[in-house]
Design a protein around this ligand. Structure first.
Ligand SMILES: Nc1ncnc2c1ncn2[C@@H]1O[C@H](COP(=O)(O)OP(=O)(O)OP(=O)(O)O)[C@@H](O)[C@H]1O
Ligand SMILES: [Mg+2]
Length: 258
C-alpha cells in the first residue's frame, strides 16, 4: 500500500515531559485518518509534529521520523516553512485575520511566498473559495473583512486559506468543535470532497464524525496521569467501530470510558 505519510517511532517531548511515546502509523494518499482519544492523550501534539509546528513551542522536541512520500520532513536540509506549506493546518477555532479582506485572507500565504500578480491571486482566491464551498456565499463581498463572516463561514475561509498554497496534506485539529450542527455537516461534506485531492488527518472528539468521514481511525490513550500518551490501536474505521481489537478502544468508543 502506498504511504503518503509514514510516522516512525515518534516520541514527543515538552522540555522534560514525555508527552507521547512510540507512535508508528501510515497514512495512505487521498484518505482521511481520524485521531480519537481522551483529552490530554496527545492527539494535537502528534498532529503538530506532522508539519513541524510542534518545534515552535520553546523546549519542544521530537524523536523518530515523519516521512512525506518517503522523505523525512525532519531531514537536515529541509526548511520547516516549506514543510508547513506542503502540509497545511486548520485549527480548532477559526482564525482568519479579522480585519483583512476575505480575498486577502485566502491569498495571504501566497503573498508571503512572493506572488504579487493580482490576476493570478484573484484566480487562486476564487478557486480556493470554491474548493472550500464558500464562493457562492462571499463572491459579492470579497473586499469585506474576514472577521465579518459566521463561525462556519470563517472555518471554511480558513480551509480556503490552507488549500490556496496547494498543500499535499491537510491537518485539521477539531475543525468543527466551535461550530453548530449545520455548519459541522457542511464542513464534513467538504472534508469528504477534499479527499479527492488531499490526504487528510483530522482530530475529533466526535465519534460519529470519525465514523462518518474517516477511512482509518487511530485511538490514543493515557496509561495514567503524567505518563506519556500512546497509540493503542489503528485500524480501518469500519473495523474500529464494529470490531475493535483492544478492550480500551471498545470502552472508549462505546462511552464506557474513565
Ligand atoms: N505547550 C505545552 N507545554 C507543555 N505541555 C504541553 C503543551 N501542550 C500540550 N502539553 C501536554 O501534552 C499532553 C498532550 O496534550 P495535547 O494537547 O496533545 O492533548 P490532546 O489529546 O490534543 O487533548 P485535547 O483532546 O484536550 O485537545 C498533555 O499532558 C498536555 O498537558
Ligand atoms: Mg487537542
Amino acid at each position: 500500500m502506498a504511504k503518503r505519510l509514514d510516522l516512525k517511532d515518534l516520541n514527543i517531548y515538552y522540555s522534560a515531559f514525555h508527552a507521547v511515546k512510540d507512535v508508528s502509523l501510515d497514512v495512505p494518499p487521498r484518505s482521511i485518518t481520524a485521531f480519537i482519544g481522551p483529552s490530554g492523550c496527545g492527539k494535537s501534539t502528534v498532529l503538530r509534529t506532522l508539519n513541524r509546528m510542534h518545534e515552535v513551542t520553546p523546549g519542544a522536541r521530537v524523536e523518530g521520523k515523519v516521512l512525506l512520500d518517503g522523505e523525512d520532513i525532519y531531514g537536515r536540509s529541509v526548511d520547516p516553512v516549506s514543510v508547513r506549506s506542503t502540509i497545511g493546518m486548520v485549527f480548532q477555532r477559526p482564525n482568519p485575520f479579522p480585519t483583512m479582506s476575505i480575498r486577502d485572507n485566502v491569498v495571504a500565504g501566497l503573498k508571503l511566498q512572493g506572488l504579487r500578480n493580482k490576476k493570478e491571486l484573484d484566480e487562486v482566491a476564487e478557486r480556493s473559495l470554491r474548493g472550500a464551498n464558500l464562493w457562492e456565499e462571499v463572491k459579492d463581498r470579497l473586499g469585506k473583512p474576514g472577521g465579518g463572516l459566521s463561525g462556519g463561514q470563517q472555518q471554511r475561509l480558513c480551509i480556503a486559506r490552507a488549500i490556496a498554497v496547494s498543500p499535499e496534506v491537510l491537518l485539521m485539529d477539531e475543525p468543527c468543535s466551535a461550530l453548530d450542527p449545520i455548519s459541522t455537516l457542511a464542513i464534513e461534506d467538504l472534508i469528504t470532497e477534499l479527499k479527492k485531492d488531499y490526504t487528510i488527518v483530522i482530530v475529533t472528539h466526535n465519534m460519529q464524525q470519525a465514523a462518518r468521514v474517516s477511512d482509518q481511525t487511530a485511538f490514543f490513550n493515557l496509561a495514567a496521569t503524567g505518563k506519556p500518551g500512546q497509540l493503542i490501536e489503528v485500524n480501518d474505521t469500519e473495523t474500529m467501530f464494529s470490531n475493535p481489537e483492544q478492550r480500551a478502544t471498545e470502552d472508549y468508543i462505546s462511552g464506557r470510558f474513565g
